[in-house]
Design a protein around this ligand. Structure first.
Ligand SMILES: NC(=O)c1ccc[n+]([C@@H]2O[C@H](COP(=O)([O-])OP(=O)(O)OC[C@H]3O[C@@H](n4cnc5c(N)ncnc54)[C@H](OP(=O)(O)O)[C@@H]3O)[C@@H](O)[C@H]2O)c1
Length: 347
C-alpha cells in the first residue's frame, strides 16, 4: 500500500483510509454486523491499509465501539486510529470527558489523530445538538485540545470541514494542526480551487472523504433514484428527493447523472469498475494525503486496495476532470454539500 506524509508532520498515512461511519450500523447506513467489521479490519491491516477514520458522532459512538472491538485482535501500534469530536463538545470543561469516552469505546489509551468534526460556529453546532448551545471560544477550544496532545492521549490534532477563514483562525492559536479532512470525489470537487491549495501552503495534509459519494460512484446503483434515501441528502439531489434533505435547493440531478454516465463510460473503456476508477482519480488529487472510503465487506475492500496499487495515467485524470467540470460549475464553490449555500458552515 503506497503511503504519504501528512503535510509537514511526522504522520505517514496509506493513500487509502478506511471510512468507519458504517461500522456499528444505525439509522443512516442500516445494519452492519460485527463479524463483517472484524473481517474488514483484519484484511485492511494485513494489507497495509491500517488507517481508520471514525467519530464520536458516527452511530452515536457505535462506530468507535465496533472499531475498538475489531482492533482488540492486533497490537495497538499496528493501527492508525483517527476519531473526531463534535464542535459542540470542545469547551475546556468537556473536552477531556469526550476524549476519554472515545478512548474507552476504542479500547485504547491513545488516539493517533483527533479532529474537530466541523467548524466551531453557531450554525455548524446547531446540526450536532437539539437545544441551544453556547459556541465554544476557538482559542480556548484549541488550547484544551492541545492539553490532550501534551498529556499523550492524542498524538496529532486536526480539523475537518474548516474553510480558509476558520483554518486561519485555528492556526493562529499556535496549536500544531496536521490535517483538514474535506469532501473530495469526482462528483464533489469544490475544494480544488481554494481550500486544498491553502492547506498545502500552510503545511497541512488533506484527507479526502466520501471518495465514492457514498456509493454513487460505483456500479451498484444504476440510477440516482436507486440510492438509499439517506444518501440523497447532498446538493446533487433535489431537496424533495428525500425528507432527510435540509439544503432546500433544486439539486443538480441532470448534471450529476451526465457526469456519472461519462465516468462510467470511461471506466468501461478502460476495463475498470466505476469505483476503481473513481478511487484512482481521488488518490491522484494534488495535495490529497489519503482518500477515505467506507467499506462494509472484504470483497469491496479488496477491490479498493487493488485500486490503490497502481496510479492513474495523467491523461485519464485530465479527461475525468473535463467530463465532471459541468457538475462542479453547477454545484458552485461551497464544499458544504449538505447545506444551502446561504447557510454554508465552512465560511
Ligand atoms: N469529516 C466528515 O465530515 C466526513 C463526512 C462524511 C464521511 N466521512 C468519512 O469518510 C468516510 C468515507 O465516506 P462514506 O463512507 O460516507 O462514503 P464513500 O466512501 O464515498 O462510500 C462508501 C460506500 O461506497 C460503497 N462502496 C465502497 N467500496 C465499493 C466497491 N468496491 N464497489 C462498490 N461500492 C463500494 C459502499 O456502499 P454500500 O454501503 O451500498 O455497500 C460503501 O458503504 C466515512 O466512512 C467517514 O469515515 C467524514
Amino acid at each position: 500500500m503506497p503511503t504519504r506524509r501528512c503535510g509537514s508532520s511526522s504522520l505517514i498515512l496509506p493513500i487509502l483510509g478506511i471510512g468507519c461511519w458504517q461500522f456499528g450500523g444505525g439509522e443512516y447506513w442500516g445494519p452492519q454486523s460485527q463479524g463483517d467489521v472484524d473481517a474488514v479490519v483484519r484484511h485492511a491491516i494485513e494489507h497495509g491499509c491500517n488507517f481508520f477514520d471514525t467519530a464520536e458522532a458516527y452511530n452515536d459512538g457505535e462506530s468507535e465501539r465496533a472499531l475498538g472491538l475489531a482492533l482488540r485482535a492486533f497490537p495497538r501500534e499496528q493501527a492508525i486510529v483517527c476519531t473526531k469530536i463534535r464542535p459542540s463538545n470542545v469547551t475546556p470543561a468537556e473536552v477531556v470527558a469526550h476524549c476519554d469516552a472515545s478512548l474507552r469505546r476504542l479500547q485504547t489509551d491513545y488516539i493517533d489523530l483527533y479532529m474537530v468534526h466541523w467548524p466551531i460556529t453557531a450554525h455548524s453546532i446547531r446540526h450536532f445538538t437539539t437545544g441551544a448551545t453556547a459556541v465554544p471560544d476557538v482559542a480556548d477550544a484549541f488550547a484544551a485540545l492541545d492539553g490532550l496532545r501534551r498529556s499523550g492521549k492524542v498524538r496529532h490534532l486536526g480539523v475537518s470541514n474548516f474553510g480558509r477563514r476558520q483554518l486561519t483562525e485555528a492556526l493562529a492559536t499556535g496549536v500544531p494542526l496536521v490535517v483538514n479532512e474535506l469532501p473530495f470525489s469526482l462528483l464533489a470537487r469544490a475544494i480544488e480551487p481554494d481550500i486544498l491549495p491553502f492547506c498545502r501552503e500552510r503545511g497541512l495534509g488533506v484527507l479526502g472523504y466520501m471518495a465514492l459519494l457514498q456509493g454513487v460512484l460505483s456500479d451498484r446503483y444504476p440510477k440516482l433514484g436507486d440510492l438509499p434515501e439517506f444518501r440523497r441528502r447532498t446538493r446533487h439531489f433535489a431537496a424533495g428527493s428525500t425528507p432527510k434533505s435540509r439544503h432546500g435547493t433544486p439539486g443538480a440531478e441532470a448534471e450529476t447523472q451526465a457526469a456519472l454516465d461519462a465516468v462510467r463510460a470511461i471506466a468501461r473503456r478502460e476495463g475498470m469498475s466505476t469505483s476503481t476508477l473513481a478511487l484512482k482519480w481521488a488518490f491522484a488529487g494534488d495535495g490529497i494525503t489519503s482518500s477515505l472510503c467506507g467499506c462494509r465487506t472484504v470483497a469491496a475492500l479488496s477491490e479498493n486496495i487493488r485500486a490503490a496499487l497502481e496510479p492513474l495515467d495523467r491523461d485519464l485524470v485530465a479527461e475525468l476532470n473535463r467530463v465532471t467540470q459541468p457538475l462542479l460549475a453547477a454545484l458552485g464553490p461551497s464544499f458544504d454539500y449538505y447545506e444551502n449555500p446561504a447557510h454554508d458552515r465552512t465560511v
